[in-house]
Write a protein that binds this ligand. Structure first.
Ligand SMILES: CC(C)=CCC/C(C)=C/CC/C(C)=C/CC/C(C)=C/COP(=O)(O)OP(=O)(O)O
Ligand SMILES: O=P(O)(O)OC[C@@H](O)CO
Ligand SMILES: [Mg+2]
Length: 247
């Protein structure tokens, strides 16, 4: 499956993409697959699999395998390190954390992970990963020099540098479970310099209204993770968000 082409087609036809993030460390592989199936029933377009801590090894492999047994949408790895790769997934966000102070997150993990991607059928999707305040666990783990929430122009120049380096996607991250998601002003400023390059926004998006604000401001793809671990009716929550962002 050509995942990047598939997502582009959805953007062409439906305007926006919804991504469901599942953290293998948060539940059993069986439960992860149930959440994925419920999210697909609600209209999610792909399942992202990853976490900043503990998403590796057999637990990661089993989670990917169980999800693939239940759903037909693409599975995309969202690795916290080279250990966040699994040969069973369809694709990987092959990302560099551009605003990290730690060279490990800028290039070393990618070097260590590249051979596995080369030997497997995992499709790498190049991505600039940029962490904004408050940043959460991933901001701390990734040793990010957090972009101030109220400085859209700084996010924009990082995004531009990523685009000039050849990265197809840009991910503006506020941190998992953030109490304040990325602002519409920052999303707009980043999308303006990106042009046709794709913008993913995530962190603290919990409802249709916020998702719509982010999508209208210029996000091409909206990620939801934490809220789907919390609600009883995953299908209803995803459907609410999906219907708010798609045309
Ligand atoms: C491309 C390869 C092989 C590696 C990339 C390595 C990089 C750049 C990592 C960036 C820093 C990092 C730790 C990212 C983790 C991404 C992630 C899965 C975040 C969110 O996961 P959640 O599980 O929602 O959040 P918590 O882990 O905070 O619960
Ligand atoms: O868990 P939430 O807050 O939805 O954030 C999703 C994602 O942006 C985290 O990497
Ligand atoms: Mg987590």
């Amino acid at each position: 499956m050509q995942v990047e082409a598939h997502l582009q087609k959805i953007i062409d036809q439906e305007g926006k993409v919804h991504l469901t993030l599942i953290d293998p460390a948060s539940q059993t592989p069986e439960r992860a697959a149930e959440i994925a199936l419920a999210a697909v029933k609600g209209g999610t377009d792909a399942i992202m699999i990853g976490g900043s801590t503990g998403a590796s090894g057999t637990l990661l492999d089993e989670t990917v395998i169980k999800i693939k047994e239940k759903v037909d949408v693409p599975t995309i790895l969202f690795p916290g390190s080279s250990a966040g790769l699994s040969r069973y997934a369809d694709a990987v966000f092959f990302m560099s954390l551009l605003n990290s102070r730690d060279i490990g997150y800028v290039i070393t993990n990618q070097v260590l992970g590249a051979p596995l991607v080369y030997r497997s059928k995992i499709e790498p999707i190049s991505m600039a990963y940029i962490i904004v305040e408050p940043g959460g666990t991933v901001g701390w783990v990734g040793d990010a020099k957090l972009i101030p929430r109220k400085k859209p122009e700084i996010a924009a120049v990082y995004a531009l540098a990523g685009k000039y380096l050849g990265m197809h996607y840009t991910y503006l991250e506020a941190g998992s479970g953030a109490d304040t998601p990325i602002s519409p002003e920052m999303i707009g400023a980043v999308k303006q310099v990106l042009g046709e390059n794709k913008l993913i926004v995530g962190g603290g998006i919990r409802d249709a209204k916020t998702a719509k604000l982010c999508a209208s401001a210029g996000a091409d793809m909206i990620v939801t993770g934490t809220i789907l671990e919390e609600v009883k009716d995953v299908t209803a929550k995803v459907a609410e968000i999906v219907s708010a962002i798609k045309r």
